[in-house]
Design a protein around this ligand. Structure first.
Ligand code: NAD
Length: 446
């Protein structure tokens, strides 16, 4: 099938590569000329495991191409996916500017029947707006062409995006049109050879599904972070509590790890947007407001601990003269994505408290430099930044931090203090090795 995908970002690139991999002819369209030029040369602007190899293979085999020419891409495709950004507007609602720009573009360029698929995360009712934007352009042109708008929210996880796309748990399709559902099924069939995982529903429910999924996951994270904080007060062990509750099949084990707060390009913005959608209907989504507030507070927990451990009391800059080493900057492992990363709040707070901050991350240093410039020191060597530092704090749970050389850490750090935001090590073993080890919600256990 011939398809085009608008937006060569995380979602668009992964979808383009995977659809090409399954034999379709795919054109990825972006307004960013520099990005498109780089992609044509095989330079992939983001880090996502397996993505580069897949793009290069499909580029070489001629199934995948990149362009800024929207008209040509639309006219030569049956299906146009919209996978552009939907950043939060000033009031927290999703800004549909880019989505509607693409819809208008499609209306201006189309010459025959088209299926237009919303893959971006968009509030309930957006498909109607996309339909209206296309119709408006057709009216201006004075032509009467058939088209159908589908909601197909992307449910992949950054860091495992290719795997998620190639072997999805489910593909949600929102459409009332049987013919369109069949075409979408044809497109997704190669990814469901073992079992049909396509769930077809009405458009509004499909749009809501994406927000409900992310809001539910964010809720689990905030809930578990508060349980961990309470464990610290009560002398309980959050890891044991997780085992205890996760074994209940109604609860399950996933998304129950405490941490320094959720981040990334989706959870913060989607939770905000759903709260805003509710407000527009005069419905107070109390629970999600609390989820957001808990998350904002959780981002302060690691810095609070470092200040409590090392800070000079009652000083405007309690960490002046202190050196803090940070392991991990991206909002989660296996991505270079720094959008809304808790590391930003944590490091800004440490800097404001007067600390010198050094940081390591296996993939995100380039992105982090855009945030911090030269206000912090970066190293590609995770041990180098420990020399003479007062403490190490672990922000992202990259695999390379799980089994480090503890002797080397101890010999390098001034105070052998580790504030661990990801509970990577065993507290008792760390204490026996002479570390002052501060995980979340484990207070001397394990
Ligand atoms: P992104 O910011 O990485 O990429 C968006 C791209 O769209 C950019 O390259 C931009 O230049 C391009 N663009 C903007 N206007 C355009 C236009 N008129 N024509 C063509 N291209 C245009 O965004 P992303 O992270 O890929 O997210 C895209 C959408 O998917 C968002 O709605 C997001 O919420 C959703 N989503 C993201 C993820 C994720 O993990 N990143 C997961 C699921 C859903």
């Amino acid at each position: 099938m011939k398809i085009c995908i608008f937006g060569a970002g995380y979602v668009g690139l992964v979808a383009a590569a995977c659809f090409a991999e399954s034999g379709n002819t795919v054109t990825a369209v972006d307004v960013d000329e520099t990005k498109i030029e780089a992609l044509k040369q095989g330079n992939i602007p983001i880090y996502e495991p397996g993505l580069k190899e897949m793009i290069l293979r499909n580029l070489a085999e001629g199934r995948l191409s990149f362009t800024t020419n929207a008209t040509e891409a639309i006219q030569s495709s049956l299906v146009s996916f919209i996978a552009v950004g939907t950043p939060p507007g000033e009031d927290g609602s999703a800004d549909l500017k880019y989505v509607l720009e693409v819809a208008s573009e499609i209306g201006r360029a189309m010459t025959g029947f088209k299926i237009v698929v919303d893959k971006s995360t968009v509030p309930v009712g957006t498909a109607d707006k996309v339909r209206a934007a296309i119709s408006e352009q057709l009216n201006i042109r004075g032509v009467d062409l058939e088209f159908d708008v589908v909601s197909n929210p992307e449910l992949l996880k950054e860091g495992a995006a290719i795997e998620d796309f190639m072997k999805p748990d489910r593909v949600v399709i929102g459409t009332d049109n049987v013919r369109t559902a069949e075409i979408m099924k044809e497109l997704y069939d190669p990814f469901m050879r073992k079992q049909n995982r396509m769930i077809v529903m009405d458009i509004r429910s499909a749009e809501m599904t994406k927000y409900a999924a992310n809001a539910m996951l964010a809720t689990r994270i905030s809930f578990m972070n508060q349980i961990a904080n309470l464990c610290d007060h009560m002398g309980a062990d959050v890891s044991a509590v997780r085992e205890g509750i996760g074994s209940d099949s109604r609860i399950g084990y996933d998304f129950l790890f405490p941490g320094p707060g959720y981040g990334g390009s989706c959870f913060p913005k989607d939770v905000k947007a759903l709260v805003r959608t509710a407000e527009e209907c005069n419905y107070d989504f109390l629970l999600l407001k609390a989820v957001e507030e808990v998350n904002e507070r959780q981002k302060e927990v690691l810095a609070d601990r470092l200040i409590r451990e090392l800070g000079a009391p009652n000083q405007a800059q309690p960490l002046a003269g202190r050196i803090i080493a940070c392991w991990g900057l991206s909002f989660k492992p296996r991505t270079d994505d720094m959008r809304e990363a808790p590391a930003i709040t944590i490091i800004e707070r440490l800097l404001a408290a007067g600390a010198t901050v050094r940081a390591h991350d296996p993939e995100a240093i380039k992105e982090a430099k855009k945030v911090f410039g030269d206000r912090i020191e970066f190293s590609h060597n995770q041990y180098e930044i420990l020399d003479n530092a007062d403490a190490l704090t672990i922000i992202t749970d990259w695999n390379e931090y799980r089994n480090p050389d503890f002797d080397r850490i101890k010999a390098s750090l001034k105070n052998a203090t580790i504030v661990d935001g990801r509970n990577l090590y065993k507290p008792k073993r760390m204490a026996a090795a002479g570390f002052r080890y501060l995980p979340l919600g484990r207070n001397g256990h394990g």
